[in-house]
Design a protein around this ligand. Structure first.
Ligand code: VGL
Ligand code: ZN
Length: 199
């Protein structure tokens, strides 16, 4: 018996045009995601949720520009403009997202010293968010991923879901990519290697 959850990743104002880390076309996918959500009994949302002064913000690294990388104790970290600050409008779900029946909201990136792209593990790849246990305890076998951004939070969420033993599908037309230096194509290649279905 398969049991599927639709995982809607980071559909927040800051990742849509007008936001602080806008992903091109980010708002265009909301209507499709709303339709997909109606077709799924079980839906979980993730919400990027950073304290002021988060270590992934370029503003915390004098002399470093957004979209460059620095070495952190847990590995290389891309620096971002300040975004999805706890309690800000930018951190709210996009105003056109309409998923009242979502069963859980997983917030991530709330520890100041570590970022979390994946909905399952922080960027050290070991600190769990708890979502894996939650989905397993509820008997889910399959995870369908949509949302933002294709090559960051959707990518790492899908890959970690697969590592945790779920069957994973990503619906690319219900995502948009940041695409820093080929990251969208790396993502497609990585999905192929890992047996993640890209629709
Ligand atoms: C994301 C960069 C920083 C994402 C979140 O949702 O893909 N990307 N924080
Ligand atoms: Zn973030």
């Amino acid at each position: 018996m398969t049991k599927t959850v639709l995982l809607i990743v980071d559909m927040q104002n800051d990742f849509c045009p007008g936001g602080r880390l806008a992903v091109k076309g980010g708002e265009e996918i909301a209507s499709l995601i709303n339709i997909m959500a109606r077709q799924h009994e079980h839906v979980v949302l993730t919400q990027d949720w950073h304290p002021l002064g988060h270590s992934s913000f370029a503003s915390q690294h004098p002399g470093h520009e957004p979209f460059t990388q620095v070495e952190m104790p847990y590995g290389m970290q891309t620096l971002w403009p300040d975004h999805c600050v706890i309690g800000s409008k930018g951190a709210d779900f996009h105003y056109t997202l309409d998923v009242p029946h979502a069963e859980a909201i997983i917030r991530k990136g709330f520890r100041k010293s570590i970022d979390s792209y994946s909905a399952f593990f922080e960027n050290d790849h070991t600190t769990p968010t708890g979502l894996g246990g939650y989905l397993k305890e509820r008997g889910f076998t399959n995870v369908t991923c949509v949302g933002l951004a294709f090559d960051y939070c959707v990518r790492y969420s899908a890959e970690d879901a697969k590592v945790l033993g779920f069957e994973v599908e990503v619906v690319e037309r219900a995502t948009r990519a940041i695409d820093l230096a080929g990251t969208a194509e790396f993502t497609r290649q990585s999905f192929r290697e890992r047996g993640i279905i890209l629709k």
